[in-house]
Design a protein around this ligand. Structure first.
Ligand SMILES: Cc1ncc(COP(=O)(O)O)c(C=O)c1O
Length: 379
C-alpha cells in the first residue's frame, strides 16, 4: 500500500502536516464510520440483541488487542485509561516498608501519582531514575535497580524525550532481584513488536487513543497469568460466570470469567467505542509490527534529516524508532509549537523539546512542510 493510499484512509487535509500522534492519533475513516454506525444502532436497542454488543464485540476487541502485546486474548482486560490499569497493578502488588518503586524523571503522571500514593501507604519510597546527558534510559535504570527494588513502573518510550528502554535487559536484572515490572506502553504499543516472552511484565497497559488510533476512553491491559487471580478495581456483574444469562443475574456467581476478564472496567462492552476501536486495531494488525516499525523509523529519520541543517537535532541517546524529540538551538523563540501551527504543522512541545511524531500517513509533502515551517519559525 502506498503512502497516498494510506493517507486516503484518513481525513487528513493536504494543507496540514499532522505530526502529533503521541498527543492523539487520528482515527482512520473506517473506525469513525464504525463508531457512527454504533451510535445509530443505539437509537433502536430492540434490534441489537444481547450476545453481540455485550459479549461478542468486546471479545473480538480483546482478541485484536492481544497480538499487540504478543499475548493471548485471555490475558487482556479492557480498561478506560492507562491510569486505571496502573491503579489495578498498584492494588495487586505487594510492597514492604523501606522498599523502592522505580520511576523515571519526567515520567507521565498516570504512572507516578498512583505509586506515590502506594508508597505513602506502605512506608515504601519512590526512587526517581535520572539519566545524564549522554546516558540512555536503560543504563540509568540498570544502575538504579538493587535488592530493595520491589516494583519498576516504567514506559518503553519516554514520552518527553523519546528515549527507548531495553525492557528485556531491565526485566532480567529486576527479576534477579525479585522485583516486579509494571509498564505504561501508551507511547509505544502498536509501533513495533512487543517482545512479551523476554520482557515478562506483571502488568502492561496502554491508552488506545494515540498510537493505537482508537477512540478516547478505551485502552488495554495485559495481565500476566500469575497475576490473574488478583483483585479487580470494581466488582462488575458482567465479569462473573454466567453473566450471559440476564434472567439469572441475581443467582450471584462466586467465580469470575476466565483469564484477565475480571479486570475489565464496568460497562466494558462500550457499544459506541468498541466497534470503532476494533477497526483501528484490525488496521494496525494487518500491517504487522515489523512493517510498522520500519516505516515509522523511515519517517522519523526523514524528519530529523530535514531540519538538521537548521541546527535542530535529536540529542536523546537511543531514541525510539517512531518518536522524535528535537532539542532546539539556543536562541530559538518560545512558543515553537504555536508558531508551527500557524504554518499548518501540528507538533507538541514537551519540556525543552519539540515532539514530532508521524505515522504511516506522513508523506514527503508533510516532511517538506515541517522543514519549511521550522525554517520560518527560526528565522
Ligand atoms: C506515557 C503516557 N501514558 C498515559 C497517557 C494517558 O494517560 P491516561 O490514559 O491515564 O489518561 C499519556 C498521555 O499523554 C502518556 O503520554
Amino acid at each position: 500500500m502506498t503512502v497516498t493510499d494510506i493517507r486516503s484512509l484518513f481525513d487528513l487535509p493536504r494543507d496540514h502536516a499532522y505530526l502529533n500522534c503521541a498527543y492523539m492519533g487520528p482515527m482512520p475513516r473506517a473506525a469513525a464510520e464504525a463508531g457512527k454506525a454504533a451510535y445509530d444502532r443505539r437509537m433502536r436497542p430492540w434490534e441489537a440483541g444481547i450476545q453481540d454488543p455485550f459479549f461478542d464485540q468486546p471479545e473480538a476487541l480483546r482478541a485484536e488487542a492481544a497480538p499487540l502485546f504478543g499475548a493471548a486474548a485471555d490475558d487482556i482486560a479492557l480498561i478506560p485509561a492507562a491510569s486505571y490499569g496502573l491503579a489495578m497493578a498498584a492494588q495487586n502488588l505487594a510492597l514492604e516498608p523501606g522498599q523502592d518503586i522505580l520511576t523515571l524523571a519526567g515520567q507521565f503522571p498516570s504512572n507516578v501519582y498512583i505509586w506515590r500514593e502506594k508508597a505513602a501507604r506502605s512506608g515504601a519510597r519512590i526512587k526517581t531514575v535520572r539519566r545524564s546527558a549522554n546516558q540512555n534510559w536503560t543504563e540509568a535504570v540498570l544502575g538504579a535497580i538493587g535488592p530493595q527494588t520491589a516494583i519498576a513502573a516504567l514506559p518503553e518510550t519516554h514520552w518527553a524525550d523519546g528515549g527507548r528502554l531495553d525492557l528485556a535487559v531491565i526485566s532480567d536484572r529486576l527479576r534477579a532481584q525479585g522485583g516486579r515490572l509494571v509498564l505504561d506502553l501508551t507511547q509505544s504499543l502498536g509501533t513495533s513488536r512487543f517482545d512479551l516472552s523476554s520482557i515478562r511484565p506483571d502488568f502492561a497497559v496502554a491508552a488506545g487513543y494515540k498510537w493505537l488510533l482508537g477512540p478516547y476512553t478505551l485502552g488495554y491491559a495485559y495481565i500476566a497469568p500469575e497475576q490473574q487471580g488478583g483483585r479487580p478495581l470494581e466488582e462488575g456483574w458482567i465479569v462473573r460466570e454466567g453473566a450471559e444469562d440476564f434472567a439469572r443475574l441475581v443467582d450471584y456467581a462466586e467465580h469470575y470469567q476466565a483469564g484477565a476478564r475480571r479486570f475489565d472496567m464496568g460497562e466494558r462492552s462500550g457499544f459506541q467505542l468498541v466497534p470503532a476501536a476494533l477497526e483501528s486495531l484490525k488496521w494496525l494488525n494487518a500491517f504487522g509490527p515489523e512493517a510498522l516499525a520500519a516505516a515509522l523509523l523511515e519517517r522519523t529519520q526523514a524528519l530529523e534529516e530535514a531540519v538538521r541543517a537548521l541546527g535542530v537535532i535529536c540529542d536523546t541517546p537511543d531514541r525510539a524508532a517512531h518518536y522524535l524529540c528535537l532539542a532546539l538551538p539556543s536562541g530559538a523563540p518560545g512558543g515553537m509549537a504555536q508558531q508551527l501551527a500557524r504554518h499548518g504543522v501540528s507538533v507538541s512541545q514537551r519540556g525543552e523539546r519539540l515532539r514530532v511524531t508521524p505515522h504511516l500517513y506522513t508523506d514527503e509533502a508533510d516532511i517538506a512542510r515541517f522543514a519549511n515551517a521550522m525554517k520560518a519559525a527560526l528565522a
